[in-house]
Structures are given as C-alpha cells and as structure tokens.
Design a protein around this ligand. Sequence first.
Ligand code: AFP
Length: 343
Amino acid sequence: MSQQVTVTEHILLHQKMIPGATGQFTRLFNELVLSAKIIARAVNKAGLVDVLGFTGDINVQGEEVKKLDEYANRILIHRLSRSGVLCAMASEENADIIEVPENFPRGDYIIIFDPLDGSSNIDVNVNIGTIFSIFKRRSNSDAALLSSDVLQKGSEQVAAGYILYGSSTMLIFSTGDGVHGFTLDPSVGEFILSHPNIRIPEQGKIYSVNEGYERYWDRDTKKALSYFKSPKNALRKPYSGRYIGSLVADFHRNLLYGGIFMYPADLRDPKKPWGKLRLTCECNPMAFIVEKAGGLAIDGLKRILDIEPEHLHQRAPFFCGSAKDVQVVQEIFEAEARRKKKK
Ligand code: AFP
C-alpha cells in the first residue's frame, strides 16, 4: 500500500510542477473523481435497484433516455457546479450550455461530458463509461461567457479522459503529459495508479467497427475495411474484428492492445451524413487521449483535434487508434480525394 499513488496525489504532484497553478484544476478533478465513484456505485448495483430501463423521455439526440444515464447526468451537474471553478458545462444529454448558477462561485474552466456513454449496453451488464473534456475560457473572466469559449477546437483541451465501468472501474486521463490509468480499489474507495504512461502500440491487430452498416458507407471507408480484412495488408493476415458498441470499452481495449476504431460517415440519410459520434463529447476527448498515447485520430482526411466545432451536438466521422493503422485510412481517403478531383 505504501507504494501506491492515488489519483489525488498524482494531480497534486502535477499541480506543484506547473508554475502559477492555483489549485482550481485540482478542485475540479476532485469533484469529477467523486462523481465517478457515485456513478460506479450505482452501476455496480444496477440489477438490484430500480435504475435499469428507460425514463420515458427522449434526449436532445432523439434517443430514449435510460434511467442510469439520467442519474449520471444529474450527479455530474450537481457535483461539478459546486466545484467553484467552472463557468459552464455541457452534456450530451442537454440541448444547451449549462451555466453555473449565479449563487455559486465560478472559475475559468469549462467541462463537456457524456455522462454515460454506451447506454444501450446498460441493461445487459456490458461496459459503459463517462467521457469528459476540459477547456479554459478564452474570453475575459469578468465578461459574459461566449459560445466560442465552449466551442473550442479539441487541440485546446487542457485535459480529457474517461471513466470505464467494467470488471473494475478505471479512470484514464491526460493533462497533456502522458496518459495515465487509475483503478478504483473498492476496499479503500480510492483510484490507484495502475497504468502509468500508457502508450498505444504503433501497429495494431484489431479493427473495431459496426460492420452491419457497411452498405451505408462511402467508398473510402469500404476500401479501408477491406484492407484490414485482407491477408495482403501490412500484417500479412486479416485483423481480428472486435466491436462492443460502447466507445469507452472499444477505445480502451484498442488503447492497451493496439488497433483501430472506426465510426465512419453514414450516408443513409443525406441530411445527416456525419455518422453518430459527437465531436465535442466523444471524438475530441478520445482524440486527445490517443494522441498523447502516441496514436492518431482523424475524420478521414483531417485531424479531429483541428476541427472547429460549429455547434455543441455536431457529429463527426471518427477513425482512431494505432498510428500506422490510422495512417492507412488517411492514405486511402487522400487517394480517393485526388481521384475525385481529377474527374
Ligand atoms: P449509446 O449510448 O446510445 O449506446 O451509443 C453509444 C455510442 O455513442 C458509442 O459509445 C458507440 O461506439 C456507438 O454509439 C455505437 O453505435 P452503433 O450501435 O450504431 O454501432
């Protein structure tokens, strides 16, 4: 036990190394960690208490709201608004920016989160998670908050991460200097450093995509898939297919084992061609983590972290994982773009 580093110790150590650090980030993180423990407790008891199933509401994404989703959202908003260091929050479940109530102290941080990602897996005891992305406001603290303070490019994130509720509860995050993983020890109620300095293998052996929708993909994505399944690829054998349908779980496995996760554009509805994943609360935080671990994340052609968000619930095609695997996809998209230009 004496050798074990808790997440709070880790953050405090990090804070000491930043000249001029005020402790605001540490306060925010402490509330996030406490929220994670409260949500983990509810997830662990899910079959025993009345938190499974739907609330009967439809969220801003047009999806049915699960009870646990709603619970996680409430816990996060309640706890984080009391941190005293936020000026705004945004949640996948809420249509608009959530401002911190007037009577609470405020600070310069902004957090965007998906309270419980993979919620269609809740009722069948498959891994789910909370994803978060943290920014600092750009406008003056005394002035009114601007939507551009919340809608910043992913490259401006000061920290990002996720909590995975699975066979154990894990917190994975980066504040820019490496990606670190902590496992909740339920006997002491602390997240303990278990995976310091995670690096994603440069080349993976796994592809992860909902192949059922292949007929709705563009030509580039279909080509990428056939590359990963071909015995003529760089591995000289087909990659293994693994798809849980819970981004945190698919991403986490690929982060540790290497591989590529794909949620491509889906062309079945020309009015909504951008697939399913949300740029601000899913793609950006995962892209930040994967890059800090040595991998890549693109929308096909462009780096995810360079996309300027236009609105809170914007979606983006997402290809993310081991650098060499993502590069293959990018080369395919670039070649297709050149071909289309020539025509
Ligand atoms: P849910 O929260 O509705 O289950 O969506 C999960 C998710 O946003 C992401 O976690 C998965 O990677 C992706 O959607 C799965 O989507 P498909 O069911 O279309 O494959």
